[in-house]
Each structure stands twice: as C-alpha cells, then as structure tokens.
Design a protein around this ligand. Structure first.
Ligand code: GTP
Length: 359
C-alpha cells in the first residue's frame, strides 16, 4: 500500500511466472513488478509536473498469510526498473498471539512448507499482535516458538487494534535490513556488532535483540528477552527471568525451519573453501531463506573484509576493504532456513578457517 494517499492504493492479482529452470525460488512476481512500475511512473509524472512533495516515503507490500516472501524479495533484484528505484527495507511479520501456536502445529502433508514458520523465518522484525487477548504464559510460549524458528529478529509485543500508536510507523520502516553497509556502519559506531547477539535497541529502546543465546551474565534488564528458547544449554542457570519454558516448548513447536550462527574468531577464512561451502549451500537455495554475515578472508598476505547478504539464491557479497587493525578477527554468518544440517555446517565452516599465522 502506498503511504501517500494522493497517489492511490495499488492492488495486485497474484500471478507467478516460473522461470525455465523451474526452481521455486526463481519465480518472478510480474504482477508486483507491474504495480511497482506504475507507482514509479506516477511519482515521476508528479515530479515532472512540479507537484509539491511528490516523492513517496515507501511502499508497504502486504502479502497473504500463506505467501512465500522469497519470490517477493527476488522481484526487487530481478527487475531492472524496480531494482533501480527501490530497495527492500525489511520484512515485517505480524504474528497473531491467539492463533500462531495452533497454526504452527497444524498437520501438514509430508514435505509441505510450514507457512507461519516460513514467514517468521524471513522476518527482520516480528510484531506479536493481540497480546491483550491471551495470557502472559501464552505470550511467552509464542515468543519461544518464534525464537525456535528465527532466533535473531526482534519481537515487538503489541495490540494493534487497541493501541495502534504504540507501534509508530518509524518502527516499521528504515530497518535497512538488506543494506550491507548498515552492518558496518553499526559496527563502526558501536565498536563491534554481534550478528547473533546484537543489543539492537529499537525506536522505543525496549526491544532488544537477544534472540540468540544471551550469555551476558551481567545483563539484568528485565525488558531483555532472556527466554533462551533457541538454545539455552546452561544446566546451571537458575535465573527465573530466563524463562526456561523452552524445554517444554521445544517438543511442541519444533518445525524443520530454524536459524543458526557460524562463527570463527582470530582466524581468517580461506576464500576458496568458503566459496565451496556457499556453493553447496546454494544448491539447495530453495530451503535457504535468509543469510547475512561479516567475513574475514585471507587475501594476498592480508586480511580483507566482505559483507554477505542473501535470500535464496540471490547473493550479495561486497568488498569492504582491509580488516581494521584495531578489531579482533571475527567471522559471523547467520543462516535461517529449512532442514539446516547445523552440526555438518559447523564442521564444514571450521574447515574454512586458516591457521592464525597463515597471513
Ligand atoms: N484482541 C485484539 N484483537 C485484534 C487486535 N488486532 C486485530 N484484532 C482483531 O482481529 C481481527 C482481524 O483483524 P485484521 O486487522 O483485519 O487482521 P488481518 O490479519 O489484517 O486480517 P486479514 O488480512 O483479513 O486476514 C479483527 O476482528 C480485529 O478486531 C488486537 O490487538 N487485539
């Protein structure tokens, strides 16, 4: 939907063009392309006619609850005009606190994608709506289920019909989740960004991305999500604020969709080995939903930094200069997808690392 009322609301009919190789994640949404090209044309005409404030702030695309966000994202890189004028800001997923757990657990035919899990997996931010209509226990169980699918996206609890202003538009836009340079800007401002455990504060300052294991022993902020649902492996942990309901929720809400982080400290990666690993991962890119990372590569006697971003087989790897001397070496890659062989991937990734004195 357009944010600018005067341009009018666009609607699209669903129609999918499957490219020749038949790969599901290569479908191009031509209806979406047409709608966005229309919007671009309208804005350009208005600008050419000197209409005041002709530019628009953004376009919100609302998919159905069954939609696969992958082809929608791919549309933005595959169409030349769309690619020139638009960039994806971020993927927001609204989770219905009253029904999500039931939908997640619904019986599906073998091999069928669990759509609610898939939509959570793609999310850069999750709005957990209708929290007024359910118990706190159910809210916590739902957050645990969300975390078991996507351990990284911040979860904002809300009641959109009762308190719509509690989630201002500013919180829904300018996420810049697909902007590779944003990761590095944040890194230079905050010292060091931990993709797996960034204390990323949102517009309100109440939303902390503790999606991954929160292992900061000094962190006592109750507003932080210490549910540790994805992988709380500390058997000694007795902190009640850590919400150890995860052991219960694992058994009920596990889907074949999940997330993980690959990390190597103090050693650079061998470019070829990492490329081989990435190629193998991309062979099954239909099941690889989102991935991003900051990579330290050994190259011609020095260590260089690359930033990785991807959706399915749509990969963006950007060079970003020499690894800054003052920063310890750390490569991190976040992966979100279906049937991730977590142990196998960790072993392969470890084999990409060179010895510390290899450079
Ligand atoms: N209790 C409660 N009910 C809500 C809240 N937000 C929406 N609802 C109710 O949920 C129902 C669906 O709301 P919609 O906003 O139309 O949800 P939707 O997902 O956009 O619906 P469709 O796009 O038609 O699938 C309505 O009856 C709303 O009143 C909320 O924060 N709390």
């Amino acid at each position: 939907m357009l944010l600018d009322d005067s341009v009018g609301v666009q609607s699209t009919m669903e129609s999918i063009t499957v490219l020749d190789n038949g790969c599901l994640c290569c479908t191009l949404r031509d209806d979406l392309v047409a709608a966005i090209r229309d919007i671009v044309r309208t804005v350009e005409e208005r600008m050419a006619n000197g209409v005041k404030d002709a530019a628009i702030d953004g376009i919100l695309i609302e998919t159905t609850g069954m939609a696969d966000p992958g082809p929608v994202c791919k549309t933005f890189s595959l169409d030349e005009v769309v690619n020139r004028y638009c960039k994806i800001d971020g993927i927001l997923t609204v989770v219905d606190a009253a029904h999500f757990l039931d939908q997640l657990a619904r019986e599906r035919p073998d091999g069928a994608v669990n759509e609610p899990a898939q939509q959570v997996a793609f999310a850069d931010k999750v709005l957990l709506n209708k929290v007024d209509a359910v118990s706190q226990e159910k809210v916590q169980e739902t957050i645990a289920a969300i975390r078991s699918v996507n351990a990284f996206a911040p979860v904002v609890e809300c009641s959109l019909s009762l308190k719509p202003d509690a989630v201002p538009v500013a919180e829904l836009v300018q996420i810049d989740a697909f902007d590779t340079t944003k990761l590095l800007t944040a890194e230079s401002e905050q010292g060091d960004v931990d993709l797996a455990h960034g204390h990323a504060h949102d517009a309100h300052g109440h939303d902390h991305d503790h999606g991954h294991e929160c292992d900061d022993p000094s962190c006592t902020d109750p507003s932080h999500d210490h549910s540790h649902d994805a992988s709380c492996s500390d058997p000694e942990c007795t902190d009640p604020s850590h919400g150890h309901s995860h052991s219960h929720s694992h058994s009920h809400h596990d889907t074949d969709i999940g997330s993980m982080v690959l990390e190597i400290k103090d050693r650079p990666l061998d470019v070829q080995s990492f490329n081989d690993l990435l190629s193998d991962l991309l062979e099954n890119s239909v099941d690889l939903y989102r991935y991003k990372g900051i990579l330290a590569f050994a190259q011609q006697g020095s260590v260089v930094r690359y930033v990785l971003q991807g959706v399915h087989d749509m990969v963006d790897i950007s060079f970003s200069g020499e690894w800054p001397r003052e920063k310890p070496l750390r490569t991190q890659v976040v992966l979100i997808g279906r049937n991730l062989d977590k142990e196998g991937l960790k072993q392969r990734f470890e084999q990409c690392a060179l010895l510390p004195d290899a450079v």
